[in-house]
Design a protein. Structure first.
Length: 365
């Protein structure tokens, strides 16, 4: 058995079912080590992210377990595993397909491996109820601590966070939160928004717009504050018609959302000459829409994104962007969490400085 390209079932689910079938048939026994992730990629002819997702789901279900830096193994039944006897960290995030969080996952894996700790990874598949349920499930299982990487860009469930804090359960957030009392490490989003806008202003642009995240998106709002601060500090007027916003209809797809708002931009009579777009995926979709309408980037419109994802570096028009230090975020998150687990450190709210990365989507030199 293998991947059926014509089967509507997601590839990661097909891979997971195939592994379970091998266990049920006796081909894989308790304690057996699976092939490496790279070998599984070749065997099933799917992406590394698909394999990570399949293994992550099976690990969360107790079918498999992972030893950081050593591999993935067939587990005993979940009720026979006492995770409290091992230093096991659960990482809960909304969407494993998001490039930014993929980078943090890789950093967390490397840094936990250095500390001989195990990682359990769970993606809630864009459902808030799944996320909360899984967090409670991991706590009941006896994991040592939690890394929370929610992509619900709104206020995290107060009751859940208060419960974790009241119980002094070790956790750290790597997704944006405005609450300074929460144990958090991440990028200074407002500063990044300021830097992106300042770069456009210093390169002679005075007619600048902003594409925000969907309504209620805290990350988009923080970056917008940076945009407005730069415009105010440099005495550049803000035209309200140039402030656009993506919409999310159904499953989140930032590139598609950026494409749709790009089409909207093309219909404007007096288009701004530069745009700061709140994340790279949306910026890439935006640029695609402009190209289809014959609008050249950067000759007609300069674009700056945010995140510095790999796709932006290799795009047909390499994307000028704001780099988030994902390697450092993962490192500090692990260090902070391990200290919390050992009782050494109080909660912290750590903001890391972003970096401007200049490429060809901005400033036609």
């Amino acid at each position: 058995m293998g991947i059926d390209q014509h089967n509507p079932k997601p590839f990661y689910k097909q891979v997971g079912e195939e592994i379970v079938n091998q266990i049920n048939s006796g081909k894989l026994k308790v304690g057996d080590k699976l092939e490496t992730q790279s070998e599984l990629v070749k065997r099933y002819d799917v992406s590394l992210i698909t394999i990570k997702r399949a293994l992550s789901d099976l690990i969360s279900e107790g079918v498999l377990y992972a030893r950081a830096g050593k591999g993935t193994y067939v587990a005993q039944r979940p009720q026979k595993i006492d995770y409290s006897k091992h230093l096991t960290i659960a990482y809960v995030l909304k969407d494993l397909d998001n490039p930014f969080y993929q980078s943090i996952v890789s950093s967390v894996e490397r840094n936990l491996s250095k500390n001989d700790s195990n990682l359990m990874l769970y993606s809630s598949d864009n459902r808030h109820d799944n996320e909360e349920r899984k967090i409670r499930y991991f706590i009941d299982m006896g994991v040592s601590g939690l890394i929370l990487g929610s992509l619900f860009h709104s206020h995290y469930t107060d009751s859940l966070i208060k419960q974790l804090e009241a119980e002094r359960f070790p956790f750290v957030m790597v997704s944006y939160t405005e609450d300074p009392s929460i144990n958090f490490v991440g990028t200074d989003q407002e500063l990044g928004g300021f830097m992106a806008t300042e770069h456009l202003i210093k390169n002679g642009y005075a007619d600048i717009g902003y594409v925000n995240g969907e309504e209620g998106n805290l990350v988009g709002e923080a970056r917008k504050r940076g945009f407005l601060k730069a415009m105010t500090d440099y005495d550049v007027p803000v035209d309200q018609k140039n402030l656009l916003q993506i919409t999310v209809d159904g499953k989140r797809d930032d590139m598609k959302s950026g494409y749709l708002v790009g089409k909207q931009f093309c219909e404007l009579k007096d288009r701004p000459k530069a745009m700061f777009i709140y994340n790279d995926l949306s910026a890439l979709g935006f640029i695609q829409a402009l190209g289809e309408s014959g609008i050249n980037v950067p000759k007609d419109v300069a674009i700056v994104g945010f995140d510095d994802i790999a796709n932006g570096r290799t795009a047909s028009v390499p994307l000028t962007t704001i780099h988030q230090p994902t390697e450092l975020i993962g490192q500090i998150a692990v260090e902070s969490l391990l200290k919390k687990i050992s009782g050494e450190a109080p909660s912290m709210h750590k903001l890391l400085e972003p970096k401007l990365i200049v490429r060809k989507s901005c400033c036609n030199n």
